[in-house]
Ligand binder design. Structure first.
Ligand SMILES: O=C(O)c1cc(=O)[nH]c(=O)n1[C@@H]1O[C@H](COP(=O)(O)O)[C@@H](O)[C@H]1O
Length: 234
């Protein structure tokens, strides 16, 4: 089992990805390929990273009518990635269609699918004034997690602040994948609900997603290793 510290490869192209991964040698890690990189490099880079032994979280956050999502997930599943995202706000019919598409397209075990709930760049004030939700962030995440769970998803994406409630309610097999991770002293940037790796583990996160706190450092490989140690000793 790979360490559940997922590195967000938020780079513009494969050249920068290869440079970044060079110090990792042949050590397989969890890598997240998001929209910026996928829209530039497409499936070819995903195949390259898979062939190198990495686990791939393809984060394209699908949100469309059920038929379109099902057909898109069929294609994504054919890439043999390990984890994918969908927006829970698309509703249960869409999420069920996503799972069906993943099953149809898989040659073996289908990719796990987690539902994005309230983005970690959103705080309670934004949720209430911009998105029209009357309750707290915790209540909103719980609400979307319930519909994700009922739709057959494998977990959700939320901040580590909600992870304890999710684990307690849905059990450890329902994943809480938590971005918004910052090392003590790092800038939050656009993230609003942040925690350190150790805090996230103690709160019950299944896996953490870390981008800039690794990728913007002078010695990213050393920082990755220290985050893994922090996670394991928490
Ligand atoms: O789905 C995601 O991965 C995601 C959901 C969310 O609520 N917040 C969030 O930051 N992310 C992703 O996690 C990564 C966080 O990057 P950093 O803020 O640089 O650590 C980015 O690639 C985001 O796209």
């Amino acid at each position: 089992m790979l360490k559940p510290v997922i590195i967000a490869l938020d780079f513009p192209d494969k050249k920068e990805v290869r440079q970044f991964l060079h110090p990792f040698g042949d050590q397989p890690v969890w890598l997240k390929v998001g929209m910026e990189l996928f829209y530039k490099e497409g499936p070819e880079l995903v195949r390259e990273l898979k062939a190198a032994g990495h686990s791939i979280f393809l984060d394209l956050k699908l949100h469309d009518i059920p038929t379109t999502v099902q057909r898109a997930m069929r294609q994504i599943s054919g890439l043999d990635v390990d984890l994918v995202t969908i927006h829970t706000a698309g509703g249960t019919e869409m999420m069920k269609a996503a799972v069906a598409g993943l099953e149809e397209g898989a040659s073996g075990v289908r990719p796990r699918c987690v539902g994005v709930t309230v983005l970690t760049s959103t705080n309670e004030h934004m949720l209430q004034t911009q998105l029209g939700w009357q309750g707290t962030v915790k209540e909103a995440v719980h609400h979307f997690a319930k519909s994700a769970n009922e739709s057959g998803l494998d977990g959700i994406v939320c901040s580590a602040h909600e992870a304890a409630d999710i684990r307690q309610t849905f059990g450890p097999d329902f994943w809480s994948v938590t971005p918004g991770i910052r090392l003590a002293g790092d800038a939050a940037n656009d993230q609003k609900r942040v925690m350190t790796p150790a805090e996230a583990r103690e709160a019950g996160s299944t896996a953490i997603v870390v981008g800039r706190s690794i990728t913007k450092k002078a010695q990213p490989y050393d920082v990755y290793q220290s985050i893994v140690r922090e996670w394991e000793s928490a």
